[in-house]
Design a protein around this ligand. Structure first.
Ligand code: G3P
Length: 216
């Protein structure tokens, strides 16, 4: 499973790259706003200078022509841009055109397997089911991922599944168990993945035992 980081924060991206297992970055308008960024293009270029992996940059337009113009502009910023579009009828129409022109599209805000089927048929490179937001309304977000995998396994689609709206390590584990292609993970959760209290306790004990032996 590939690991993307879900952030627009450069320090978080740099740290995750240094961890050694970062495959890409996803951003969205809320993550940009959290960083106080209104000039998305400058930040996207900065992120693309840090990594060769795919960097998802989301359009703000909601009409097809606007998405096409904005998507093409974003795609021109760097060779590793994936243009992120919302899964609406307009987004699907823009996906078909952009994908036909060789632009990678990440269809986002996906909450049903049928939306994911449409994304694949439109030629999207990525589809992003939001598991955490489904959990938030009392549904099992991972049932959606499993259903998408089930649908995609019946056909020869190239669309990769990005498990998005990840809130905790269990989401990452379930993504890996389900066989999803990618998990896009907030920095806080990336750090949690490496943590186990017994690792810390065991390490403390090893060092204390070594100290004791050294004093004898
Ligand atoms: O990249 C979009 C997605 O991961 C959003 O997550 O936590 O705002 O539902 P969240």
């Amino acid at each position: 499973m590939k690991f993307f980081i879900d952030t627009a924060n450069l320090d978080e991206i740099k740290t995750a790259i240094n961890f050694g297992f970062l495959d890409g970055v996803t951003t969205n308008p809320s993550l940009m706003a959290k960083e106080g960024i209104s000039d998305q293009e400058t930040r996207i270029k900065e992120i693309c200078r840090l990594t060769d992996g795919p960097v998802s940059a989301e359009v703000l337009a909601v009409d097809t022509l606007g998405m096409l113009a904005e998507g093409r502009r974003l795609a021109s910023l760097a060779p590793n841009i994936a243009v992120k579009l919302p899964l609406t009828m307009e987004g699907l129409e823009a996906t078909k055109t952009l994908s036909g022109d060789g632009v990678k599209v990440n269809l986002t805000l996906v909450f049903s397997p049928l939306q994911a089927l449409l994304a694949a048929k439109a030629g999207a490179a990525y589809v992003s089911p939001f598991v955490g937001r489904l959990d938030d309304i009392g549904q099992d977000g991972f049932r959606l991922v499993e259903e998408i995998i089930g649908v995609y396994n019946n056909y020869a689609f190239d669309t990769e599944i990005i498990v998005a709206s990840v809130r905790h390590p269990q989401h990452v584990l379930r993504a890996a168990l389900s066989g999803a292609d990618i998990s896009t993970i907030p920095f806080k959760v990336i750090k949690q993945l490496a943590y186990h209290p017994l690792t810390d306790k065991g390490l403390k004990e090893f060092l204390a035992d070594h100290e004791k032996a050294a004093k004898k």
